[in-house]
Design a protein around this ligand. Structure first.
Ligand code: FES
Length: 177
């Protein structure tokens, strides 16, 4: 009889243990899952700037230096862009020319008024200037805003290596104020 009771007690304890273990596993699992939910985005935030940095500094080979003249010419190129987890190939273009100082520079064709695309020497009323067909903004060869647009044209970061022009990110125009 006492043996039987002993067995029953042990059996209950075993059951009790396994119930406790079950709860511990379940709660532990839930906590780990929740922690994962919090941690993963944190890891993503920590890693993302690294990815963006890697993408940001990339310079793209655009054209041979020997092709650049005093007259601005438009050149197209593709840039690999990463926006969060979305990656795409952006089609970009730049007006590249040699300034009065003999230095090569590259301007963005995006009008600084409302974002239309400008053209070089594209309006007979504004010879040797960039002109925007949307609301008539016009700019000097260095990108200085002469009317309508509130800012000069943006300039590309540029490097010349082994006879080729490489372009990077857009920045404020360094040639004019
Ligand atoms: S967008 Fe170029 S003038 Fe308005």
């Amino acid at each position: 009889m006492s043996n039987h009771n002993e067995h029953e007690k042990q059996g209950n304890e075993r059951k009790e243990m396994s119930r406790r273990q079950f709860l511990a596993y379940t709660l532990g699992g839930t906590t780990a899952f929740m922690a994962g939910g919090v941690t993963l985005p944190m890891i993503r935030f920590a890693v993302n700037p690294l990815l963006e940095k890697k993408d940001k500094g990339a310079l793209i080979k655009v054209v041979e230096e020997s092709k650049i003249t005093n007259e601005p010419q438009e050149f197209s190129f593709q840039k690999h862009q990463v926006d969060g987890w979305y990656e795409s190939e952006a089609k970009l273009s730049a007006y590249i020319s040699k300034g009065e100082d003999g230095k090569i520079f590259a301007l963005s064709p995006i009008c600084q008024h409302l974002g239309c695309t400008i053209g070089w020497n594209s309006d007979k009323n504004y010879p040797n200037e960039y002109h925007c067909p949307c609301h008539g903004a016009h700019y000097t060869k260095d990108g200085k805003n002469l009317a309508v647009a509130p800012r000069p044209l943006k300039e590309y970061e540029m490097e010349i290596k082994n006879g080729f022009i490489y372009l990077g990110d857009l920045m404020d125009n360094t040639r004019v104020k």
